[in-house]
Design a protein around this ligand. Structure first.
Ligand SMILES: [Mn+2]
Length: 407
């Protein structure tokens, strides 16, 4: 049995003023072509399907068209779970219609999919909260899937009651998985866990999540889950959430982030992007390999001290999106800025790094320290623009906008 694992499509996501929709179209077409070329039996999409709870129409359109194409009119199973960026209810809403095409949605960790069977031979033969067993048209053995869409304490509150510690969340997921695995997963079928959260080998360093993920993940205190919590019956863990393709552990089985199909923030600068192909048989270790994606613009971060060198480099790197840092004695002239912008159509930001602060007449101007929090940066920006600090009402409004962005 051959499976394709992808995640973190973030459809509708923009990078500053740049729409990424055309790139998303291109790369999803590429993923459909890989699925066809490799003749995969099922596709797993491990969450963050959309970038926001209310994605733009074009993003929704692209999502359903892609799933329809992947499903080959019910001859290939497509399973999509919600990530922290997705509205669980919105993801599950088209379920009855989607089932007709062999597309299965799970919004919550305790979602149950209604059993069905299609003329193509595709069927959901068993179902429980967080679990389905599938009969695939061309395959004799069943595919068992533990499905764990994004689980924070808020989305799990029906289970957790008042005890909402991180440890409790781990225990709960671990217990749910081991119950399901011992009930449904034996060596007569292929057993896979698809999930969206931060999973690490216990004791491993907690490294940075992609920009735009961290504040959301920790709303409600949801924390990392450990690979040791994966039941031994499971043969592969198909994860979503981290945007860089990586293997978190090889015990009890490969625990893999496929990564996003496009680089979405400059923290993913110069990353290659992949989907993962898995060949699985009952009772055996799976074989998995990464397939590099070609479509989409690379994100590049570059620093220059000389404008002419920056211009030359920009001309040599077309079809990319760029964050430039320019070291300069005092400030960038509008002519220098124009020179840079004329040389490239994908400049997302130009960050001046001012070397000689003393030469500046305006006392407010100093190098911008981007490691400070967004509120302090906003206050500074406002002050430099208007010569006074923003009042409390404006600050509250700013915070409100920020928190809306987060959930
Ligand atoms: Mn995520």
């Amino acid at each position: 049995m051959k499976l394709l694992h992808t995640a973190d499509w973030h459809l509708g996501k923009r990078l500053d003023k740049f729409s990424r929709l055309e790139e998303q179209k291109d790369v999803l077409t590429e993923i459909c072509e890989i699925a066809d070329h490799e003749n995969v039996d099922a596709v797993l999409i491990s969450g963050d399907l959309f970038d926001t709870f209310n994605p733009p129409t074009e993003a929704v359109d692209l999502f359903y068209k892609t799933l329809k194409r992947l499903s080959k009119d019910g001859r290939r199973a497509v399973i999509a779970i919600a990530g922290n960026h997705d509205s669980p209810d919105r993801i599950e809403a088209p379920d009855p219609l989607a089932r007709e095409c062999g597309i299965i949605f799970a919004g919550y960790p305790n979602s149950a999919v209604a059993p069905f069977s299609l003329d193509t031979g595709l069927a959901v033969t068993k179902s429980a909260e967080g679990f389905i067993e599938l009969k695939l048209p061309a395959i004799k053995e069943p595919l068992r899937l533990l499905l764990t869409p994004y689980a924070n304490e808020y989305r799990l509150k029906t289970y957790l009651g008042d005890e909402d510690s991180e440890e409790k969340l781990r225990e709960l997921l671990s217990a749910q998985w081991s119950d399901l695995a011992s009930q449904y997963c034996d060596e007569n079928g292929v057993n896979i866990l698809a999930a969206h959260f931060f999973m690490i080998l216990e004791g491993d360093e907690v490294f940075d999540e992609p920009e735009g993920e961290k504040p959301i993940l920790h709303v409600g205190g949801a924390q990392e889950i450990y690979t040791k919590n994966v039941p031994e019956q499971i043969q592969y863990v198909a994860l979503g959430h981290l945007h860089e393709n990586q293997i978190m552990d090889d015990q009890p089985c490969p625990v893999v982030y496929s990564g996003s199909p496009l680089a979405f923030s400059f923290s993913e600068s110069d990353q290659d992007k992949f989907v993962v192909l898995i060949e699985a048989e009952p009772g055996k270790a799976v074989v998995h390999r990464e397939v590099k994606l070609q479509k989409g613009r690379r994100l590049l971060r570059q620093r220059f001290e000389v404008i002419a060198e920056a211009v030359q480099w920009l001309r040599a790197h077309p079809d990319t999106l760029v964050e430039l840092t320019i070291a300069t004695e005092t400030y960038l002239t509008s002519q220098e800025r124009k020179q840079l912008l004329d040389a490239h159509d994908g400049i997302v930001a130009i960050i001046p790094e001012i070397k000689n602060v003393d030469l500046l007449e305006d006392g407010n101007s100093r190098p911008i320290d981007l490691s400070r929090n967004i509120e302090e940066l906003f206050i500074d920006y406002f002050e430099s623009k208007h010569g006074q600090k923003p009042n409390q009402r404006l600050l509250d409004l700013f915070k409100e906008v920020l928190s809306e962005e987060e959930e």
